[in-house]
Design a protein around this ligand. Structure first.
Ligand code: THU
Length: 145
């Protein structure tokens, strides 16, 4: 956790890291043995966390980001300021493609996405960097009421 102080205090990286690491321990990953934790900071200052939940019918499993988003929405919030994920891979573990789109629904181009390993932050991206020129709710303006 030594590198947490490198990031702006308003990103609440230490708290997000602690929340993601705690929930990672509850990941249900008996098939991949790859536990993931995710924590979301919303504009209100609340933090919501989720872990991956796998299934014997493999494609039905859910990513940690999906769990954190579900917790955020269940708590009545629909905006992501910062999302941080943690996994144990040697490589930098960024959000999968599907989760980039899931995050995009509640993000802006500037939303921050921190990718962490067990010891701290490995990389940080903006939403625009991870999913450039993306499709989002604004694209449906005028088409849905
Ligand atoms: N996983 C996540 O939870 N988030 C990602 O962005 C990448 C992958 C999970 C899904 C599966 O349970 C395990 O990691 C291995 O792919």
């Amino acid at each position: 956790m030594s590198n947490m102080a490198e990031y702006p205090v308003e990103h609440r990286v230490s708290e997000l890291f602690a929340a993601a690491k705690a929930v990672q321990k509850n990941a249900y990953a008996p098939y991949s043995h790859f536990p993931v934790g995710a924590a979301i900071l919303t504009p209100s200052g609340r933090i919501h966390a989720g872990c991956n939940v796998e299934n014997a019918a493999y494609p039905v499993g859910a990513c940690a980001e999906a769990g954190a988003i579900a917790a955020m929405v269940a708590a009545g919030e629909t905006a992501i300021s910062v999302i941080l994920t943690i996994c144990d891979s040697i490589e930098v573990g960024t959000c999968c493609g599907g989760c980039r789109q899931r995050v995009r629904e509640f993000a802006t181009a500037d939303t921050l996405i921190y990718a962490c390993g067990p010891d701290g932050v490995r990389a940080v991206f903006t939403m625009e960097q991870l999913l450039p020129t993306s499709f989002g709710p604004e694209n449906l303006n005028g088409f849905v009421s």
